[in-house]
Design a protein around this ligand. Structure first.
Ligand code: ADP
Ligand code: AMP
Length: 216
Protein backbone atom coordinates (compact mmCIF):
# COMPACT_ATOMS: atom_id res chain seq x y z
CA UNK A 1 0.00 0.00 0.00
CA UNK A 2 1.30 3.43 -0.99
CA UNK A 3 -0.79 6.34 0.21
CA UNK A 4 -0.56 10.03 -0.33
CA UNK A 5 -2.15 12.39 2.18
CA UNK A 6 -3.11 15.81 0.82
CA UNK A 7 -4.89 18.88 2.08
CA UNK A 8 -4.17 22.49 2.95
CA UNK A 9 -1.74 23.30 5.76
CA UNK A 10 -3.50 22.63 9.07
CA UNK A 11 -6.01 20.20 7.54
CA UNK A 12 -4.91 17.46 9.92
CA UNK A 13 -2.50 15.51 7.69
CA UNK A 14 0.12 15.04 10.40
CA UNK A 15 -2.51 14.00 12.98
CA UNK A 16 -4.10 11.43 10.66
CA UNK A 17 -0.77 10.26 9.30
CA UNK A 18 0.29 9.16 12.78
CA UNK A 19 -2.82 6.97 13.12
CA UNK A 20 -2.63 5.60 9.57
CA UNK A 21 1.00 4.64 9.89
CA UNK A 22 0.20 2.59 13.00
CA UNK A 23 -3.01 1.03 11.71
CA UNK A 24 -1.67 0.00 8.29
CA UNK A 25 1.97 -0.57 9.20
CA UNK A 26 3.30 2.10 6.85
CA UNK A 27 6.50 4.12 6.84
CA UNK A 28 5.82 7.80 7.23
CA UNK A 29 7.52 10.06 4.71
CA UNK A 30 6.92 13.74 5.45
CA UNK A 31 9.04 16.22 3.53
CA UNK A 32 8.27 18.93 6.13
CA UNK A 33 9.60 16.63 8.89
CA UNK A 34 12.63 15.68 6.79
CA UNK A 35 13.48 19.35 6.31
CA UNK A 36 13.02 20.18 10.01
CA UNK A 37 15.10 17.15 11.07
CA UNK A 38 17.89 18.07 8.64
CA UNK A 39 17.87 21.62 10.00
CA UNK A 40 18.07 20.40 13.62
CA UNK A 41 21.11 18.30 12.70
CA UNK A 42 22.82 21.29 11.07
CA UNK A 43 22.71 19.62 7.63
CA UNK A 44 23.21 22.24 4.84
CA UNK A 45 20.14 20.87 3.03
CA UNK A 46 18.06 21.69 6.13
CA UNK A 47 19.54 25.18 6.41
CA UNK A 48 18.68 25.87 2.77
CA UNK A 49 15.13 24.50 3.17
CA UNK A 50 14.55 26.51 6.34
CA UNK A 51 15.20 29.78 4.45
CA UNK A 52 12.01 29.06 2.47
CA UNK A 53 10.05 27.51 5.33
CA UNK A 54 10.46 30.52 7.66
CA UNK A 55 8.82 32.73 5.02
CA UNK A 56 5.96 30.28 4.48
CA UNK A 57 7.32 29.66 0.96
CA UNK A 58 7.60 26.27 -0.70
CA UNK A 59 11.07 24.78 -0.81
CA UNK A 60 12.12 24.73 -4.47
CA UNK A 61 11.06 21.72 -6.52
CA UNK A 62 14.58 20.76 -7.48
CA UNK A 63 15.73 20.33 -3.88
CA UNK A 64 12.46 18.74 -2.72
CA UNK A 65 12.37 16.20 -5.57
CA UNK A 66 16.01 15.33 -4.94
CA UNK A 67 15.35 14.67 -1.24
CA UNK A 68 12.36 12.43 -2.03
CA UNK A 69 14.14 10.56 -4.83
CA UNK A 70 17.04 9.86 -2.47
CA UNK A 71 14.68 8.75 0.32
CA UNK A 72 12.72 6.39 -1.95
CA UNK A 73 15.84 5.01 -3.62
CA UNK A 74 16.35 2.78 -0.54
CA UNK A 75 12.88 1.28 -0.82
CA UNK A 76 11.82 -1.88 -2.61
CA UNK A 77 8.97 -1.63 -5.15
CA UNK A 78 6.58 -3.31 -2.68
CA UNK A 79 7.44 -0.94 0.21
CA UNK A 80 4.46 0.31 2.23
CA UNK A 81 4.51 4.02 2.89
CA UNK A 82 2.48 7.14 3.41
CA UNK A 83 3.60 10.43 1.89
CA UNK A 84 2.52 13.49 3.87
CA UNK A 85 3.09 16.95 2.41
CA UNK A 86 4.64 15.74 -0.85
CA UNK A 87 3.91 16.44 -3.70
CA UNK A 88 2.91 20.08 -3.28
CA UNK A 89 3.24 21.21 -6.91
CA UNK A 90 2.26 19.61 -10.22
CA UNK A 91 5.95 19.46 -11.07
CA UNK A 92 6.54 17.39 -7.89
CA UNK A 93 3.56 15.15 -8.70
CA UNK A 94 5.12 14.40 -12.10
CA UNK A 95 8.51 13.76 -10.48
CA UNK A 96 6.88 11.32 -8.03
CA UNK A 97 5.14 9.48 -10.89
CA UNK A 98 8.49 9.15 -12.61
CA UNK A 99 10.22 7.81 -9.47
CA UNK A 100 7.47 5.24 -8.89
CA UNK A 101 7.23 4.22 -12.55
CA UNK A 102 10.99 3.63 -12.63
CA UNK A 103 10.51 1.27 -9.69
CA UNK A 104 7.64 -0.46 -11.51
CA UNK A 105 5.04 0.63 -8.99
CA UNK A 106 2.33 3.25 -8.42
CA UNK A 107 0.27 4.96 -5.71
CA UNK A 108 -2.63 3.00 -4.19
CA UNK A 109 -4.72 6.07 -3.34
CA UNK A 110 -4.56 9.82 -2.78
CA UNK A 111 -6.47 10.95 0.31
CA UNK A 112 -7.48 14.59 0.18
CA UNK A 113 -8.59 16.10 3.51
CA UNK A 114 -11.05 18.90 2.81
CA UNK A 115 -11.23 21.77 5.34
CA UNK A 116 -12.51 25.32 5.06
CA UNK A 117 -10.19 28.34 5.32
CA UNK A 118 -11.60 29.65 8.65
CA UNK A 119 -11.10 26.26 10.29
CA UNK A 120 -7.54 26.08 9.00
CA UNK A 121 -6.68 29.47 10.44
CA UNK A 122 -8.00 28.47 13.87
CA UNK A 123 -6.17 25.14 13.73
CA UNK A 124 -2.84 26.66 12.81
CA UNK A 125 -3.11 29.48 15.36
CA UNK A 126 -3.55 26.90 18.16
CA UNK A 127 -1.10 24.26 16.91
CA UNK A 128 1.74 23.51 19.33
CA UNK A 129 4.57 21.10 18.57
CA UNK A 130 7.01 19.31 20.87
CA UNK A 131 10.60 20.51 20.37
CA UNK A 132 11.87 17.08 21.29
CA UNK A 133 9.64 14.46 19.61
CA UNK A 134 7.55 16.62 17.19
CA UNK A 135 4.21 15.41 18.66
CA UNK A 136 1.43 17.84 17.73
CA UNK A 137 -1.16 19.41 20.05
CA UNK A 138 -3.79 22.10 19.84
CA UNK A 139 -4.41 24.64 22.60
CA UNK A 140 -8.18 24.08 22.29
CA UNK A 141 -8.84 20.87 20.34
CA UNK A 142 -6.06 18.67 21.71
CA UNK A 143 -4.49 20.31 24.75
CA UNK A 144 -1.65 18.56 26.57
CA UNK A 145 -2.33 17.40 30.16
CA UNK A 146 0.09 20.06 31.49
CA UNK A 147 0.23 23.38 29.64
CA UNK A 148 3.20 23.57 27.22
CA UNK A 149 4.55 20.16 28.22
CA UNK A 150 4.47 17.17 25.85
CA UNK A 151 2.36 14.25 27.17
CA UNK A 152 4.55 11.77 25.31
CA UNK A 153 8.08 12.80 26.29
CA UNK A 154 7.89 15.78 28.69
CA UNK A 155 9.50 18.09 26.08
CA UNK A 156 8.72 21.79 25.63
CA UNK A 157 5.84 22.72 23.32
CA UNK A 158 6.26 25.68 20.97
CA UNK A 159 4.53 27.40 18.07
CA UNK A 160 6.14 26.70 14.70
CA UNK A 161 7.69 29.81 13.17
CA UNK A 162 5.60 29.26 10.02
CA UNK A 163 2.35 29.05 12.04
CA UNK A 164 2.56 32.78 12.90
CA UNK A 165 -0.24 34.76 11.18
CA UNK A 166 1.80 36.45 8.40
CA UNK A 167 3.30 33.17 7.30
CA UNK A 168 -0.03 31.32 7.52
CA UNK A 169 -1.67 33.72 5.05
CA UNK A 170 1.21 33.25 2.64
CA UNK A 171 1.04 29.45 2.97
CA UNK A 172 -2.69 29.45 2.24
CA UNK A 173 -2.21 31.56 -0.89
CA UNK A 174 0.54 29.27 -2.06
CA UNK A 175 -1.64 26.24 -1.38
CA UNK A 176 -4.38 27.69 -3.58
CA UNK A 177 -2.11 28.60 -6.49
CA UNK A 178 0.45 25.80 -6.47
CA UNK A 179 -0.91 22.78 -4.58
CA UNK A 180 -4.65 22.73 -5.25
CA UNK A 181 -4.09 22.06 -9.00
CA UNK A 182 -2.66 18.66 -8.02
CA UNK A 183 -6.15 17.56 -7.02
CA UNK A 184 -7.22 17.68 -10.67
CA UNK A 185 -4.02 15.95 -11.67
CA UNK A 186 -4.91 12.95 -9.48
CA UNK A 187 -8.64 13.12 -10.20
CA UNK A 188 -7.76 12.48 -13.84
CA UNK A 189 -5.85 9.38 -12.80
CA UNK A 190 -8.73 7.96 -10.79
CA UNK A 191 -7.24 7.53 -7.35
CA UNK A 192 -8.54 10.54 -5.45
CA UNK A 193 -10.54 10.12 -2.22
CA UNK A 194 -12.04 13.26 -0.67
CA UNK A 195 -12.53 13.18 3.10
CA UNK A 196 -14.45 15.74 5.18
CA UNK A 197 -11.76 17.03 7.58
CA UNK A 198 -14.14 19.20 9.64
CA UNK A 199 -15.05 16.39 12.00
CA UNK A 200 -13.47 14.95 15.12
CA UNK A 201 -10.01 13.36 14.83
CA UNK A 202 -11.65 9.92 15.27
CA UNK A 203 -14.42 10.46 12.68
CA UNK A 204 -11.95 11.68 10.04
CA UNK A 205 -9.87 8.57 10.68
CA UNK A 206 -12.88 6.25 10.45
CA UNK A 207 -13.91 7.84 7.14
CA UNK A 208 -10.41 7.28 5.74
CA UNK A 209 -10.48 3.66 6.90
CA UNK A 210 -13.86 3.09 5.29
CA UNK A 211 -12.70 4.61 1.99
CA UNK A 212 -9.60 2.40 2.00
CA UNK A 213 -11.73 -0.69 2.73
CA UNK A 214 -13.92 0.17 -0.26
CA UNK A 215 -10.85 0.19 -2.49
CA UNK A 216 -10.17 -3.50 -1.98
P1 ADP B 1 -1.23 19.40 8.90
O1 ADP B 1 -0.23 18.29 9.11
O2 ADP B 1 -2.20 19.11 7.79
O3 ADP B 1 -0.60 20.75 8.74
P2 ADP B 1 -1.95 18.92 11.72
O4 ADP B 1 -2.27 17.46 11.79
O5 ADP B 1 -0.66 19.38 12.30
O6 ADP B 1 -2.15 19.46 10.20
O7 ADP B 1 -3.19 19.69 12.41
C1 ADP B 1 -3.17 21.13 12.55
C2 ADP B 1 -3.72 21.50 13.93
O8 ADP B 1 -5.11 21.21 13.97
C3 ADP B 1 -3.06 20.73 15.08
O9 ADP B 1 -2.93 21.60 16.18
C4 ADP B 1 -4.05 19.59 15.36
O10 ADP B 1 -4.02 19.20 16.73
C5 ADP B 1 -5.41 20.24 14.98
N1 ADP B 1 -6.32 19.28 14.36
C6 ADP B 1 -6.04 18.35 13.40
N2 ADP B 1 -7.14 17.62 13.09
C7 ADP B 1 -8.15 18.11 13.86
C8 ADP B 1 -9.55 17.78 14.01
N3 ADP B 1 -10.12 16.81 13.29
N4 ADP B 1 -10.26 18.51 14.91
C9 ADP B 1 -9.70 19.50 15.63
N5 ADP B 1 -8.41 19.86 15.54
C10 ADP B 1 -7.63 19.18 14.67
P1 AMP C 1 4.61 20.71 6.64
O1 AMP C 1 5.30 20.14 7.83
O2 AMP C 1 4.17 19.64 5.66
O3 AMP C 1 3.51 21.68 6.99
O4 AMP C 1 5.71 21.55 5.84
C1 AMP C 1 6.30 22.71 6.39
C2 AMP C 1 6.98 23.54 5.33
O5 AMP C 1 8.02 22.78 4.70
C3 AMP C 1 6.08 23.99 4.18
O6 AMP C 1 5.35 25.17 4.48
C4 AMP C 1 7.11 24.22 3.07
O7 AMP C 1 7.80 25.45 3.27
C5 AMP C 1 8.10 23.10 3.31
N1 AMP C 1 7.72 21.89 2.54
C6 AMP C 1 7.30 20.68 3.05
N2 AMP C 1 7.04 19.81 2.05
C7 AMP C 1 7.28 20.48 0.88
C8 AMP C 1 7.15 20.16 -0.49
N3 AMP C 1 6.72 18.96 -0.89
N4 AMP C 1 7.49 21.11 -1.41
C9 AMP C 1 7.92 22.32 -1.03
N5 AMP C 1 8.04 22.71 0.24
C10 AMP C 1 7.72 21.81 1.19
Amino acid sequence: MKLLLMGPPGAGKGSQSKKLVEAYDLQSISTGEMFREAYKKGDPMGEKAMEYIRQGELVDDELTNRVVRERLSHERPDARFLLDGYPRTVNQARALDKILTEKGTRLTAVINIVVDKEVIIERMAGRRVCRQCAATYHTKFRPPRVENVCDACGGDLHQREDDKPASVRNRLNIYESKTRPIIDYYKGRGFLINIDGEQSFEKVFRDIQRALRDLT
